[in-house]
Design a protein around this ligand. Structure first.
Ligand code: CUV
Ligand code: SF4
Length: 654
């Protein structure tokens, strides 16, 4: 019998990004395995993919795959139940719930770290860090009822920044372990109507941790076995992420590192420099990267690099850490999630520094094929193999950052494999925090020509879309983000981006003002050209999806577009999602009143009933609902149809 020849896949089918395709070819030529090789060999379990497999007790795993609809005359087969009697609805809902838990836990735990750092900074115990954005600090103080002044009458005086920050830090930290009451942002920041709705439904979160713990309990074997009730707690948990942990992260990171304002940068693997020490900052928490940025600019460090034969030190970001560094310092971005192995495969990366989330374990193997040092920095996230662990400690952050940069510099002379950096990068304009958007497109006086609301009402801008989320190796890299975004632009829908979606847009040149003429319908193009902004606004990392919530709220409060987020001509999407975080984010958008469409696959299709509840039933309760659409252009059309539906309801459908 002839042996089946193992056929290598065609790299051009795996990504629409030329730099990525070039690096996959290099990997193939060198025999270095990447995620696409593994994806070719591993077929996903169809029952698990639909959420119809329960393995939460050892009597299972119990599989309850959907049954085909009976033909006429045949008796309809019933979907199986688990050994304990759990129905497909319960099983699917529990699996969905645990994804919400995983995602919300990631964001809320990230947030806790930032809040703890903030407290140390407030007490002067974290040398190198300081409070940068006083205006935002005061905003937070008002939200948390921390007085800005003390004394009465003639004795009245301002309290010092430190004292305000110290009191604020304690109040924020309390929210993580809070047992009852309401999370401050969730109870204060959304439109009034939304707050009332959540209170009436009983989904206002009490604390950041309790909702996750309760949901884990309720999805333990034999507890909550009514899918509407399970979903209710999913809603509460997701809100504790979006309007809790994620929003706390965003706000405190702005207080400590600065609120983003427009800044230019560059993106794609071409930002690496052959004659420089290249350090990739990969992960999610900007706490240590901020210090690595400082260290990399110190004259002694630059001199040290030059002594080793390099021209200097080049930092480049990857995944959400990239977004944080790009937005605040213009540090170039090397790539998004699916490019992490490929960065090392250039042969030019002297160190890759990782903290938490979205780091592939395979990095260790890929790094071994080259000279790259893989440095883990968070005690919560170690990677097996020949990695180096330099744990972050906020009391000595600058020394730790220097040590990391020196490790990279020491490694520069060790480059061995042929270095190949794709000559591909694109300029970007980023830094659209909601404050910046409000400054550019808000304005307190309605009726001024270029406020976003007036443009929406006038029809130059048809609506607003958030296109966010991951890459997924089951979808050609970046393809869905770009197809969807371009379809939206063509139809005068302004696009807000974060996460890996933002990077996909950047690599295609969509984050430049010039993109307006090239890709937008006439109305949107006119607005962007007049204001001088890109038609796709980069709002930051995944936790910064909270900025989109705030921008939506600002639109409601500016007037003329209804009284709740669910009234806005707006929609959300994650066309290449893969992480649990994406499910938590999607669900807090839905819970905030946004129609949210995912691509690729959806983890609840194992139960038609539960999926129907998410896709249709929720609209009545929350004003927002989920959807799944594999074709990104069709998905964009569905978003536009939703936007048009909202325009009609507002009476602005001209
Ligand atoms: Ni947090 S969660 S792949 S890096 S957006 Fe990118 Fe963004 Fe998804 Fe991860
Ligand atoms: Fe099966 Fe029920 Fe155990 Fe799940 S909880 S594995 S459905 S017996």
């Amino acid at each position: 019998m002839a042996e089946k020849e193992s056929k290598a896949f065609d790299p051009a089918t795996k990504s629409v990004d030329p730099a990525t395709v070039e690096m996959i070819k290099k990997a193939q030529a060198a025999g270095v395995e990447t995620i696409w090789d593994r994806a070719d060999k591993m077929k996903p379990c169809p029952i698990g993919a639909e959420g119809a497999c329960c393995r939460i007790c050892s009597q299972g795993p119990c599989r309850v795959p959907p049954v085909k609809k009976a033909k006429e005359g045949e008796e309809q087969k019933k979907q199986a139940v688990g050994l304990c009697g759990a129905t497909a609805e319960t099983i699917v809902a529990r699996n969905f719930a645990r994804m919400v838990c995983g995602g919300a836990a990631a964001h809320n735990d990230h947030s806790r770290g930032v809040a703890k750092l903030f407290k140390e900074v407030a007490h002067g115990k974290a040398p190198g860090y300081k409070i940068k954005d006083i205006r935002k600090l005061k905003q937070l103080a008002r939200d948390y009822d921390v007085p800005l002044t003390e004394g009465e009458g003639d004795d009245k005086k301002s309290r010092s920044t430190e004292v305000i920050a110290q009191e604020l830090a304690d109040k924020i930290l309390v929210e993580f372990g809070q047992q009852d009451g309401e999370l401050v942002f969730a109870a204060k920041r959304p439109p009034k109507k939304r707050i009332e709705l959540w209170r009436n439904l009983g989904v206002m979160p009490r604390g950041c941790d309790i909702e996750i713990v309760e949901l884990m309990h309720r999805t333990h074997m034999g507890v909550d076995q009514e899918y509407h009730n399970i979903l209710k707690q999913c809603t509460r948990t997701a809100i504790s992420d979006g309007w809790g942990g994620s929003m706390i992260s965003t706000d405190l990171q702005d207080v400590l590192f600065g609120c983003p304002v427009p800044v230019s940068g560059e993106i794609n693997l071409g930002v690496l420099k052959e004659d420089h020490v290249n350090i990739i900052i990969h992960g999610h928490e900007p706490v240590l990267p901020e210090m690595i940025y400082v260290a990399s600019q110190e004259p002694e460090i630059v001199q040290y690099a030059q002594n080793k034969g390099a021209k200097g030190v080049q930092l480049a970001g990857m995944c959400c850490s990239a977004n944080e560094l790009l937005m605040r310092h213009g540090i170039p971005t090397a790539g998004n999630y699916l490019q992490q192995e490929l960065a090392i495969i250039t042969g030019a990366v002297d160190a890759m520094v990782v903290d938490v989330q979205c780091e592939m374990q395979s990095l260790a193997n890929v790094a071994k094929c080259y000279h790259t040092k893989l440095i883990t920095t968070d005690p919560r996230a170690r990677i097996e193999g020949e990695t180096m662990h330099i744990p972050m400690d906020e009391h000595h952050a600058i020394e730790i950052a220097r040590q990391i940069v020196r490790e990279a510099i020491d490694n520069f002379p060790n480059r061995r494999a042929p270095v190949l950096i794709p000559d591909i990068k694109y300029p970007t304009v980023v830094g659209f925090s909601y404050e910046t958007i409000q400054y550019l497109l808000g304005g307190s006086i309605r009726g001024s020509y270029y406020t976003l609301n007036d443009n929406i009402i006038g029809g130059r801008v048809r609506g607003v879309a958030g296109v966010v989320g991951c890459n997924n190796c089951r979808t050609p890299h970046d393809s869905a983000h770009l197809a969807m975004t371009k379809e939206l632009l063509k139809n005068d829908v302004i696009v807000l981006v974060t996460g890996c979606s933002a990077m996909a847009a950047g690599k295609e040149g969509l984050l430049t003002p010039e993109a307006a003429v090239k890709y937008c319908g006439p109305g949107l193009a006119e607005v962007c050209e007049t204001v001088g902004i890109p038609p796709v606004l980069h709002m930051g990392s995944c936790v910064d999806n909270s900025r989109i919530l705030m921008a939506a709220t600002a639109c409601v409060k500016a007037g003329g577009l209804g009284s709740d987020i669910s009234d806005l001509p707006a929609a959300g999407a994650a066309p290449e999602w893969m992480s649990e975080k994406a499910i938590s984010i999607g669900h807090y958008f839905v819970s905030s009143g946004v129609y949210t469409v995912f691509g690729g696959s959806f983890p609840t299709t194992g139960s038609a009933l539960f999926t129907d509840y998410l896709f249709r039933g929720l609209e009545e309760e929350l004003g927002g609902m989920w959807d799944l659409e594999l074709d990104p252009v069709l998905a964009a059309k569905k978003m536009i149809a939703h936007i048009d539906k909202k325009r009609a309801a507002l009476g602005i459908d001209k």
